[in-house]
Structure formats: C-alpha cells, structure tokens
Design a protein around this ligand. Structure first.
Ligand code: ZN
Length: 670
C-alpha cells in the first residue's frame, strides 16, 4: 500500500479536532459557534476521507460516535440499547437508493412498508418505565451514555408518569424514545422574558428546548413550555408490539403524544408524496422541523437489515433542501474584517428566505465572484440554509437588464486604500496594513465584545469614532483614555463618558480566558481561549509556549497552534501587550471556578458596580446552580451589591432579602 498523502493525513487530523471542538460546544455547552449545515459539511468530509482511506481511521475519530460525551454537570446514565443517529438523504434520488438497499436487504421485489414522521428539531431523550412508573430519563448524549435529567423530565406536563396497569403488567421494563421541543410562539415569549431580565436571548427553539431541559434547577425547567413527542420504543422484541406503527398506537393508548403527521407509506412513491406534503405544511407548524424520518415498519425487518457502525440500515432522515428565493442585486460592497480579509457583500432588494428578511448576502471571494459573474441589476437566487449567512448561489442571466454593471474587485483596501494582496494558497484577499482603520475597528469591537473584555457601551459606532479621532490606535489605548478626551466626541454626554471610563476600569480585572479571546488571535474562539487558560494558568506561560506544548492540548490543532505562536512572536503584538500591562490590565492567573451546587435553586439579583463585570458573577452563580434575575421580588434569595446600588437595594431592604457584598458572596460559595 502506498504511503498516505501527508496533506490528507493533516486534513483529517484538523477535521477531527474541529468536529470534536464543535461537538463539545453543541452538546456539552449548548453554545454552537457554527450552523448545523456547516457542521454536517465537516462531518461529511471526514466520512468521505475515511471511506477512501480506511487505514487512516483512528480509534478516537468522531465517526465512531453518534453525538458527544455527556456534560459533567449531570450524572451519566447508560442507555441499555444504544440510541443511534440516522443517515441522511436530501433528494428523491437518494431516497430511492436507500429504498433499493432496503428491498435488496429484505429480498422483496414489491414495495417496502414504511412509517414516515416529521423530524422534530429538539432534543432526543429516553424515558424509562419500570413496573409502569416513570423512574429515569436521559438525553441521548453520545448515544451510549446520556445525562440523567429525570427531575427535569418529570416537569414536562405531557410526559405520562405512569402506564396503565395492563401495560405495566405486560412490560415491566419499557424504554420510550422521543423528542423534547419548544413551540415557536413559546420560544418568542421566553426570549422576551429573558431580554426583560437582562439575560441573553436564545438562538432558536432547539436551543430553547435543550437549554431548558438541561437546567441544573428543575424548577427552572418546570417554568419552560416544553413538549414531549414519543417516536418509538428502544426494545423491538417486546411481545405484542411487532411494528413501528403498532408501537405508535400503543404509546398513544398510554397517553403519550405521538405526532399527528406520523403515517404509514407503501414504497418510495408514497414516501415521496408524504415528504412533499410535509414540506408544504412546514411553515404553518408552530415548531421547527428539518425534514422527515422514514423507518421500515416491521421490527423483524429492522432486525434483518441491522445497522452499520453509527446508523441503522432501516431508517433514514430526509432533510429539507436549503431555502431559496430570487431577488435583485442592487450593489456590491467590500467589507474588511478584523483580520484584513476583504469580503464582497451583495446588497439585495430585501426578500424573505426561510422566514427571515435578507438584504445582505456573502459573495465569498474573488474567485466565487468571477465564477458567478453577478452584475448590478441582475436577478439572483439567494439561499439560506439553517442559520448560516445567506449566499448568492446563481444568476438568472435570462433576466439580465441591458445595462447591468460588472462588479470589479477593488485593487486597494476600501478602508485605507493600501493595495490588497492574495496570499499564496488562499482564496481571500487581504489588506496587510496593520494600521488599517477598518481592521482596527473590527479588532477594537472584538476586544470589547461580550466574550472579550465586555466593555459596555463600546459598540461599532463609538469604535469608529475613537479611531477616526486618533484616540485609539490599538485596543491598549483604551486604558489611557480619560473622560476629558471623550467629551468632544459626537453624542458623548458627561454621563456616557463617565460610564465608559468606569466600564473600561472594570475590565482591568477581566479573567484570563476572556483576555485571550479578546486578543483576536486567528481561530481562537471562546472555547479555545478557555482551554488555553486552563492549560497554562498564567498568561506569561502562554506567551512563551512552544508549538509542541500547544499542539499537545486537546482541542488545539496544529494550525491554531501556529497562529498562536505567530501572534506572540510578532513585535507589534508584543508592544501592545506591554502597553496593556502598563495600562493596568491585570492578566491574573486563571482560577478555575469550581462548579458545584452550593447555590442550588437560589435566586440572585446583582446591583451596583462590582470589582469585575456582572457577567463574571452571573457565571459563578449559574455554575453553582443558582440563577440571576433582573429585579428584586419576594422570590429573590440574595442581592449581591457593589458600590452605588440604587433602588434595587432599597427594595431588597424593604422585603427583607439578605444583601451580600463580594466577600460575603465568596463566603457563601465556600
Ligand atoms: Zn485597509
């Protein structure tokens, strides 16, 4: 056998790193950074390479898993029978191919019997009934072991807590599987509430369901409007239940909600018709579905077909295609990001795609722009898949008006005019001017963002002004800004200037992971920054770290390690770091906050100015099982108060709510 191409080996290694990283964000932290579509693309590429080079499949490849290891916050609960994930198809041709394999496997010449059901976009769980009583329940986790979230599941009102005596007698052990979802209307209400309480809104109903279900405090889950839909039973050898459709009837008879669009279908034609029908009603449903699940009906046939490593051969998920719409290209702007990449952005006549209004779409880079040959005035097709940035996918040239204008990629940076270059091996053009205002603005904005130093009041507009006025040449200049120098700026009243200076001052105590993230090292997101802080503990050690040590950290790939090394060996960056120190940014050693349950179920209100940003305290409270709300009421257990606390403190006193300062808060945590 020929030695494998080192490029392929490297790509595979990076894919594994990235998939593991994003899996972790998705399943463990409920905080995905990329869309499902983007994730699927990575995973598909991994499977493709592994298929071509089976010799390169490592024991730790994410392809062996169907999900990810459970969060450490909940007790693990092993599934008696694994919860598999599904293969997917995206067209009727691909489904026909699946159907052909099914018929071949079952050795039948006629139509196969299927059950079709909507693929609900929520969180998959398993409920265990012993002697008729609901005793335990878990998330899917990695398919083998999930998280024990029994108390939370018990709060979901449409989950039966016991079966009929007859069913209990027949099935002393029954494992029911299904999906927990949140309706769109309920999700919108929940987000309104979260915003009101000064808490971060959730990205979509799936996150709403997952986040609500995985609350450490079941009383929080209980207040969330969750619904459970049963889609099957784990054990297909139970007497009297011989098919998927029989199991569905049985579950209904026991009080489980089974989706009304679960139907039987004979052969590929009927399945395709059911799929079209489902796609037609999709927008009218009050919850998100992302396709249809098709299962071979008879359990005996399922057993005959069996499974390949991570998916059954008797079921498939037929996903809806990305959504598209046509509109007019009104212009193209070139934007410069914080790393200097110049991206062409299509300015579109606003159009609804997949439920949202789109007026900007990415044209990616010069090659894509050329290949597409979109001209101003053209009618174009815009696609939006899941929550990814919309893109222009094609041009309807037959609709091109006679005077449609060709788009030229600029020779100079649209912000600073410096000639832009395309580094070898890259698709993107870059402005390499380190002092480029657009890049600076992006870096400053990133530096001050929530995930970074969290400097309240420093938005994009103000960042632009600070740079235009020459007050800030790099983020470290923020620490030398005085109120007097801010006042001459537009819209900068006395109060706003003092607030900004105070916010900058508070950020001097920012914890290490956020500082690392704020630096904007290419590829280093919030999760990677945390890994680095956990590994190195001190910032000085990170600065001096060599490639070898960096790549040994689980979750830091070779490319990211190069970027980190490159960042710290750059003179300009070193000067800026020195200035950050001089300006009073503390770079305190990382203290891993010990998550626990000392604050379980306790409701906190935070008020006044504290030594660190409020988010810092909010995180600690939540990691210890407590929660934070925006206003004081009789249900508040503690008020954490800093300097100048204002009316919340008065109210707390009136209601007799205990008031803590920072040191008493720490005592409470032990
Ligand atoms: Zn520039």
């Amino acid at each position: 056998m020929a030695a494998p191409d080192p490029k392929i080996v490297e790509e595979l290694r990076q894919l594994r790193d990235r998939i593991n990283h994003h899996n972790r964000l998705y399943y463990v932290e409920d905080n995905p950074e990329i869309s499902d579509a983007e994730f699927d693309r990575l995973f598909d590429r991994l499977l493709e390479i592994e298929k071509q080079h089976p010799e390169l499949v490592t024991p730790d490849s994410p392809s062996h898993r169907v999900g990810f290891a459970p969060s450490v916050r909940f007790e693990p609960l092993a599934h008696r029978l694994p919860m598999l994930s599904l293969q997917k198809v995206t067209s009727s041709e691909e489904f026909d191919e699946f159907d052909r394999r099914v018929r071949e496997g079952l050795e039948i010449s006629g139509d196969a019997d299927y059950v079709t059901e909507p693929k609900l976009d929520g969180l998959a769980v398993e409920l265990i009934y012993e002697d008729g009583f609901f005793v335990r329940g878990a998330t899917r986790g990695d398919g083998a072991v999930g998280e024990n979230i029994t108390p939370n599941l018990k709060t979901i009102k449409n989950i039966p807590l016991r079966l009929s005596d007859d069913a209990a007698g027949r099935y002393p052990l029954l494992e029911v599987r299904g999906e927990v979802i949140m309706r769109r209307t309920a999700f919108a209400k929940l987000n309104e509430y979260l915003v009101e309480q000064n808490l971060a809104p959730l990205a979509n109903p799936r996150n709403g369901a997952a986040g609500s279900l995985r609350q450490l405090d079941p009383s929080v889950t209980a207040r969330r409007p969750l619904i459970f839909y049963a889609y099957g039973i784990s054990d297909t050898t139970l007497p009297g239940l011989e098919s998927q459709s029989q199991a569905a009837e049985f579950l209904k008879s026991q009080g489980f909600a089974v989706h009304q669009l679960v139907n039987q279908a004979k052969g590929a034609k009927q399945v395709a018709a059911a799929f079209d029908k489902l796609a037609g009603v999709r927008e009218r449903l009050d919850y998100d579905i992302d396709g249809m699940v098709i299962k071979v009906d008879r359990f005996l046939d399922q057993t005959l077909l069996g499974q390949i490593s991570r998916a059954p051969r008797w079921a498939v998920a037929w996903k809806f295609a990305a959504e598209e719409a046509t509109t007019v290209l009104e212009g193209v702007e070139f934007s410069v990001g914080r790393t200097g990449i110049v991206t062409p952005v299509a300015k579109l006549k606003p159009v609804r795609v997949g439920g949202v209004v789109v007026s900007n779409a990415s044209l990616h880079n010069q090659d894509e722009l050329r290949a597409l040959d979109a001209r101003i005035g053209d009618t174009v097709v815009v696609r939006r898949a899941g929550d990814v940035i919309p893109e222009v996918v094609s041009v309807l040239t037959e609709k091109r008006p006679p005077k449609a204008k060709t788009v030229r990629f600029p020779a100079g940076c649209p912000s600073c005019g410096t000639e832009i270059v395309r580094p070898e091996g890259e698709a993107a053009h870059r402005c390499l001017n380190a002092a480029c205002p657009a890049q600076l603005e992006g870096r400053l904005f990133h530096f001050a963002s929530k995930g970074g130093l969290d400097i309240e009041g420093l938005g994009g507009k103000l960042a632009r002004q600070l740079i235009a006025q020459g007050l800030v040449k790099d983020p470290s200049d923020l620490f030398f800004i005085t109120k007097e120098r801010l006042l001459p700026l537009d819209l900068m009243a006395e109060k706003r200037a003092s607030n900004l200076v105070a916010a900058i001052d508070r950020s001097r105590g920012t914890e290490l992971p956020k500082i690392i993230y704020a630096l904007g090292i290419v590829g280093v997101g919030e999760a990677a920054a945390r890994l680095l802080a956990e590994h190195f503990v001190s910032f000085e050690r990170l600065e001096k770290a060599g490639l070898e040590e960096l790549t040994q950290i689980q979750g830091i790939g070779p490319v990211m390690a190069e970027n980190i090394r490159g960042y710290f060996s750059n003179d300009g960056n070193r000067q800026m770091l020195a200035k950050l120190r001089k300006g009073g940014l503390k770079f305190a050693d990382y203290k891993k906050s010990v998550a626990g349950n000392r604050l379980n179920g306790k409701a906190f209100v935070i008020t006044g100015s504290l030594s660190k940003p409020r988010n810092h305290f909010k995180n600690i409270i939540e990691q210890n099982g407590g929660r934070v709300s925006g206003s004081v009421s009789a249900k508040t257990d503690y008020v954490l108060a800093g300097a100048d606390p204002g009316s919340k403190l008065t109210k707390a006193r009136k209601l007799g709510v205990p008031i803590l300062d920072e040191s008493r808060f720490e005592q409470l945590l032990g």
